[in-house]
Write a protein that binds this ligand. Sequence first.
Ligand code: HOC
Length: 383
Amino acid sequence: MSVITCIEDLRVLAQKRVPRMFYDYADSGSWTESTYRANEADFQSIKLRQRVAVDIEGRTTATEMIGRPVRMPVAIAPTGLTGMQHADGEILAAQAAEAFGVPFTLSTMSICSIEDVAARTATPFWFQLYVMKDRGFIHSLIDRAKAAKCEALVLTLDLQILGQRHKDLRNGLSAPPKLTLPNLINMATKPRWCLGMLGTPRRQFGNIVGHVKGVGDMGSLSEWTAKQFDPQLSWNDVQWIRERWGGKLIIKGIIDEEDAKLAAASGADALIVSNHGGRQLDGAESSIRALPRIVEAVGDRIEVHMDGGIRSGQDVLKAWALGARGTYIGRAFLYGLGAMGRPGVAKALEIIHRELDLTMAFCGHRRLVDVDRSILLKDTARL
Ligand code: HOC
């Protein structure tokens, strides 16, 4: 492929270059994948109002997310096994985000560790926390994130058990990949990926290997999660985590208004409207559909962000118009990473930024911060 003009181009290239089990891991949802598909599709049914003969010179998409200046309201989402899409994936994505001027969020389930990313970047990143049964380990993760000067803790509440992803089961997903004949045959067709992996020592879950038992022999993702993650997680845990962390806190995984009110009452700085990219409860509402009701339910008691289905700047603008003061891209950056490493992530960010800037202009605005719901065709924005 010679010219990359949109996120779909990056997806196609990533599919060619990344071993099947890791490409499929990123590009799948749970069970029938209905929520995964709805996340993208529901953006399409919202229509924008074009305005003409309006001064659109000197535009800016700059704003703030939890008080941090950002070039556009888009952060890199925390995604598991990112260092398996491309060698040193988390480091490269964090560097691309830093150079672009948007936040990078590191997953607990990353391949590169908190310390690896901190050593190779200068701008504080955000750290996403999963709550496991071993509270001593959670304390140590929080302390490591503090020592690395992470700027915010993103606490995920919607993955104490794992939604079934058929492709991961069929592919026998593990990190590092097991050297079975089908895996070896598939990897032989991905020479760039293999060369990159040979050049890095980072092939296991960097934050937890050596701390949590059974990481090396992760048989299946769901069995492993069932053993390690705490099914008794409650809002009381949010309180002690918030106290121990002591910094900016973002609650991720809210798709229901009642939970949104609890998140606002928890004292967190922001919540992320999210159904985990359609990877958990299949049949859950799409994030963009849930967003307006959640914004209405919490008012200005907490900053509202969203993720799920964002593949373009048009999507970011629609989410902003519906009240999201920040959005997160997961698959959109993973495709760039798998396709071309750090330049691929930079490309994904540039594509989305250009689309956001031009679409905002078509809607008759020069500054994103001035954009509100009035850019949406009323009947279509109710969904
Ligand atoms: C091994 C445990 O967010 C996902 C990720 C991480 C899941 C934890 C897997 O796959 O949705």
